[in-house]
Design a protein around this ligand. Structure first.
Ligand SMILES: Nc1ncnc2c1ncn2[C@@H]1O[C@H](COP(=O)(O)OP(=O)(O)OP(=O)(O)O)[C@@H](O)[C@H]1O
Ligand SMILES: [Mg+2]
Length: 278
C-alpha cells in the first residue's frame, strides 16, 4: 500500500474537553513539529499515531491512513512497516554487535547489497554521533546519544518506513539538524517532538500541545524561516566553540573580544528562547 496521507482526528484533553484541533492531515515529505510544555501530551500524541489508535483513552483520538479507519483491513496488514519510532527512552537491550544487528535488519528488509548498506548506516551514525562507534561494539554498551544516532541512520537507510516518529532528538547529543534534514529529504512523513527552537523552525508546521490536547496548528511563516536560517548560522558558530572546549582547548584565541561578546549575547537570547519552549 502506498501511503498518501495520515490524519489525526482530535479527541479530548486532560479535562475531557474536545481538542481545539479537530483534524490534522500530514502528507509524505512533510515535517511536523510537536511542541508544548513538559507534561502537555506530546509523547502521548506520537504514541497514539504509532499505535494507530481508534478512539482509545486517554486522548480518544482516531488515526486514519489514506482516509481509512483503523478497523479497515488494508492498512492494518501493512501497519508494522509504516511507522518507525525513535523514542525518548531509546536504549538497545539486544545483546549483539552493531554489525550483526544491522546485517540482520538489512536481511529482514530484503536489501540485496548488505555490505554496502551496513557501511552506509555505520558512516552516517558516526556523522551524527559525537563519539564514534565501531561495528564490533555491543549494542547494550552504546551511550544514549550513540544509540539514537544509530536508530536515525537505521531508519533513514534500512527501514523503509514512510512515517518516522521522533521524540526529543535534541537531548541525545547527536547532530539533530543534520538528522532531520536527512529524514526530510527522503519524502517521509516526519513528526518530531521537541523543546528546541531551531528544530521547531525546521518543520513546515507545528502542533502546539496544551493540557493533553492539540491546541493550535501553526504553519511556518517566511519571516520565521529567515529567523531559522540566522539561528542555524549562530548555532554553527557556537558549535565550533563547543567543540574547542570539549576537546580541551581554550576559546580565547578563536575570536576577538568583540566577536565573542556578540556571539555570547546571541547565544543567551537563543538559549532564552529555547528554554521558553515556545
Ligand atoms: N489527552 C489526555 N488525556 C489524559 N491524559 C493525557 C492526555 N494526554 C497526555 N496525557 C497523560 O499525561 C502525561 C504526560 O503526557 P506526555 O508524557 O505525553 O507529556 P510530554 O509533553 O511528552 O512531556 P515531556 O516534555 O516531559 O516529555 C502522560 O501520563 C499521558 O498519558
Ligand atoms: Mg515526552
Amino acid at each position: 500500500m502506498k501511503l498518501r496521507k495520515i490524519s489525526v482526528l482530535g479527541g479530548q484533553d486532560k479535562d475531557s474537553n474536545p481538542e481545539n484541533i479537530r483534524r490534522v492531515d500530514i502528507r509524505p515529505g512533510e515535517v511536523v513539529a510537536v511542541v508544548g510544555p513538559t507534561g502537555s501530551g506530546k509523547t502521548q500524541l506520537i504514541s497514539d499515531i504509532e499505535q494507530y489508535t481508534d478512539g482509545q483513552p486517554p486522548a480518544r483520538r482516531t488515526i486514519l491512513i489514506n482516509d481509512l479507519e483503523p478497523g479497515s483491513d488494508a492498512p492494518n496488514k501493512n501497519l508494522r512497516h509504516l511507522m518507525a519510532e525513535v523514542s525518548q527512552k531509546m536504549n538497545f537491550v539486544i545483546d549483539s554487535s552493531v554489525e550483526a544487528f544491522l546485517r540482520k535488519h538489512a536481511r529482514v528488509r530484503g536489501i540485496e547489497d548488505i555490505e554496502q548498506i551496513v557501511t552506509a548506516v555505520f558512516e552516517l551514525t558516526n556523522e551524527l554521533a559525537g563519539e564514534p562507534i565501531s561495528l564490533t561494539d555491543n549494542l547494550t554498551l552504546l551511550s544514549g546519544g550513540q544509540a539514537r544516532a544509530l536508530m536515525v541512520a537505521d531508519v533513514a537507510l534500512i527501514s523503509n518506513a514512510p512515517v518516522v516518529l521522533i521524540d526529543e532528538i535534541e537531548n541525545a547529543g547527536i547532530d539533530r539538524l543534520k538528522a532531520l534534514k536527512i529524514l526530510k529529504g527522503q519524502g517521509k512523513i516526519v513528526l518530531v517532538v521537541t523543546h528546541d527552537l531551531t528544530l521547531t523552525l525546521m518543520a513546515d508546521r507545528r502542533i502546539v500541545m496544551k493540557n493533553g490536547g492539540m491546541c493550535k496548528l501553526h504553519r511556518l511563516t517566511r519571516e520565521e524561516m529567515r529567523i531559522a536560517n540566522e539561528l542555524i548560522a549562530i548555532e554553527a558558530d557556537i558549535s565550533k566553540l563547543r567543540d574547542l572546549v570539549r576537546s580541551g582547548d581554550s576559546i580565547e584565541q578563536s575570536k576577538n573580544n568583540k566577536e565573542k561578546r556578540v556571539l555570547w549575547q546571541e547565544f543567551c537570547s537563543t538559549a532564552h528562547l529555547t528554554s521558553a519552549g515556545l
